[in-house]
Design a protein around this ligand. Structure first.
Ligand code: HEC
Length: 156
């Protein structure tokens, strides 16, 4: 065995070790990302939000018609929405969207098809009514109807 073979052996051993380390690290990172992306595994997010809500004395406080903790409008069906629509994502995602009945329902169907949203059962009607009543589409390009106008007579 000459010196060259010895060096080659060492290089081979080092590259095997490097490949091994890279593979193990890659696996750990992949698992970690996969774990964090799954909304059904709440361990990390739950822990983070728990520390947030413990210093909030009343989680269902309503101020000026707004449910403070979530930012949702206080109205009939609010609790059904909180219980079914704030588990996977923030209520902000609901608030930011304004849709008619058909589109709210198709958004729910889309989440049921692709995001593991459960069957809402008899809550669905309550939730959809809440959404349509409180977050309908904004009418654009149309001024408000005139009201309280004091017309004056033109003199000839
Ligand atoms: C099982 C988990 C889960 C639940 C429960 C859930 N959603 Fe979602 N929802 C998602 C995911 C995931 C997305 C996509 C998030 C993103 O794009 O970042 C989403 C997106 C949305 C969007 C944005 C859709 C768009 O086109 O951008 C709206 C609006 C929404 N959800 C409303 C609701 C309402 C209303 C409820 C209650 C009926 C609800 N969500 C319950 C998982 C859920």
């Amino acid at each position: 065995m000459n010196e060259h073979d010895e060096i080659r052996r060492i290089i081979k051993a080092i590259s095997r070790l490097t490949i091994g380390i890279v593979m193990v690290t890659g696996l750990i990172v992949t698992l970690l990302i996969y774990y964090m992306m799954d909304p059904n595994v709440p361990a990390i997010t739950e822990w983070l939000t728990k520390t947030e809500t413990t210093n909030n004395e009343d989680p269902d406080k309503v101020e000026n018609g707004i449910h403070v903790r979530t930012g949702l409008i206080e109205a009939e069906g609010l609790m059904s929405v909180i219980n079914n629509c704030t588990n996977c994502h923030s209520a902000k995602l609901v608030i930011q969207n304004r849709m008619n009945e058909e589109r709210w329902i198709s958004t729910i169907r889309w989440m049921q098809r692709t995001q593991n949203l459960w069957d809402l059962g008899d809550q669905e009607e309550i939730i959809v009514n809440y959404l349509v009543n409180n977050y309908p589409p904004l009418k654009k390009g149309r001024r408000q109807a005139l009201s309280d106008i004091q017309w004056y007579k033109l003199e000839n």
